[in-house]
Design a protein around this ligand. Structure first.
Ligand code: MG
Length: 159
């Protein structure tokens, strides 16, 4: 069987007055991730893992933050486009495992909805999408609530 693995990482600043989109879900909070698109740090890490598995460069290559087309973009649309690029080359998603790292708010209550939103976009069953969350134990820029990190790995297989 032809299989590949991929890894993705992303970081965004957290600023007052931005909506907090994580895993395709809008989460009530006084701060949100800053960025050109909706700045969904978790989806960006998943996009990079998928692109990496297929050796298709990275999210900045496909969706440059200098391109007005992606200003305010819904990152679910970016993920849809990444999955389409993979399908075009004969790859389908096997599974995704991701970790979100931020101090506030608590993410665990929102994980089931993130999985419900992401599984159909990825074209997999819900038990093929794993999202985990951790704080940074108050250390560094994540711990001081100035930023959020996300990490993702995935497996893709030839159809
Ligand atoms: Mg990003």
């Amino acid at each position: 069987m032809d299989i590949r693995v991929g890894f993705g990482f992303d970081v965004h600043q957290l600023v007052v007055g931005r909506p907090l989109w994580l895993g395709g879900v809008l989460i009530p909070h006084e701060k949100g991730c800053d960025g050109h698109s909706d700045a969904d740090v978790l989806l960006h890490a998943i996009c990079d893992a998928l692109l990496g598995a297929a050796a298709l460069r990275d999210i900045g290559f496909h969706f440059p933050n200098t391109d007005a087309r992606w200003k305010g973009a819904d990152s679910k649309d970016l993920l849809r486009e990444v999955v389409r690029l993979l399908l075009e080359r004969g790859w389908r998603v096997g599974n995704v495992d991701a970790t979100l790292c931020l101090e506030q708010p608590k993410i665990n209550p929102h994980i089931p909805e993130m999985v419900r939103v992401l599984a159909p976009i990825l074209g997999v069953a819900e038990d093929c999408v794993s999202i985990k969350a951790t704080t940074n134990e108050k250390l560094g820029y994540v711990g001081s609530e100035n930023g959020a990190n996300a990490y993702a790995v995935c497996l893709i297989q030839k159809k």
